[in-house]
Design a protein around this ligand. Structure first.
Ligand code: SF4
Length: 288
């Protein structure tokens, strides 16, 4: 492949904080392999407390960021010291979807009688690529939609990568990047992740990129979600809902989100600029 020959492969996803903590404890010698990209929660928080705060003329200390997450590990993640500036966290509170449901009930809020509203601009626009992050295989599919176009300079011939989808705990697929085969591995559940990491350690990994999510099914089975008690049918229904939401979105590739383009133009400069690196990337620690 052309490009930076110093990049270590396979690259591993880094959006799941429970997975990040797992490799920091269990495979610290491999902490330079995962992507340095912060999780969506932490990217949102750092951009909200810089770009958005500047836009609305509020100091970061006076802005409170509350994230609603499928996940209990996100509470811990938001408290990691590297995600704060002078003691002020990028994300002040991480609530789970189950906690939000409790609050809605406590407040006697009847959603059916509420008028529809748009999300706030500029941080409310999302794409189908963002939606599918919620299911196993979705993170890497979202990455493929963008990486293909950046790498080949050509528009994607298709948007749905059925070969990356499914519910088996360990999956693999090869995607043709216009003549370059890219081998992709997918694992959900940390036992499955361990198997892939042991292969990498032994020098037997066939993959260029690997997606790992800790929870069964990915975030649709997250510890903060409405209980599913391991019922595979419930997870499959949630997965179907996510792919149908993606299909119905006008924008389905992250790099086509006009607000993301504008964010780079107005604030970050270019992908991997110093500012982007500082606000959107992170590092990992040996916790053995
Ligand atoms: S897979 Fe589970 S632990 Fe990981 S981000 Fe999603 S909900 Fe959180």
């Amino acid at each position: 492949m052309e490009g930076d020959q110093n990049v270590k492969l396979p690259i591993l996803t880094s959006c799941c904080p429970a997975w990040v903590k797992f490799f920091e404890h269990q495979f610290p010698e491999m902490k330079d392999i995962p992507s340095t990209a912060r999780s969506p929660q932490q990217m949102f928080g750092s951009i909200a407390k810089t770009y958005f705060a500047e836009k609305i003329g509020v100091k970061r200390e006076n802005l409170v960021v509350v994230s609603i997450m499928p996940c209990l590990a996100k509470k811990y993640e938001s408290s990691r010291p590297e995600f704060s500036v002078n003691g002020n966290p990028d994300v002040d509170f991480a609530l789970s979807t189950r906690e939000l449901a409790h609050l809605i009930n406590l407040g006697n809020i009847d959603f059916k009688s509420l008028p529809n509203e748009d999300f706030d601009a500029p941080m409310g626009e999302s794409t189908g690529a963002g939606v599918i992050f919620g299911t196993t295989g979705g993170v890497i599919e979202a990455a493929v939609r963008t990486a293909y176009e950046v790498f080949t300079g050509k528009p994607l011939p298709r948007l749905d990568f059925e070969e990356l989808r499914g519910m088996e705990g360990l999956r693999k697929a090869t995607i043709d990047f216009n003549g370059t085969p890219i081998n992709i591995g997918i694992a959900h559940g940390l036992g499955n992740a361990r198997k892939l990491l042991e292969d990498i350690q032994a020098g037997n990994s066939e993959f260029h990129a690997i997606e790992i999510m800790s929870c069964p099914g990915g975030c649709i089975g997250g510890g903060g979600q409405p209980y599913h008690h391991g019922d595979a049918e419930i997870l499959k229904k949630r997965q179907r809902a996510i792919y149908s939401e993606d299909k119905n979105k006008t924008l389905r590739k992250s790099h086509e989100n006009p607000y993301i383009t504008k964010l780079y133009e107005e604030f970050l400069g270019a992908p991997m600029s110093e500012k982007a690196h500082h606000l959107l990337h992170t590092k990992y620690f040996d916790r053995s």
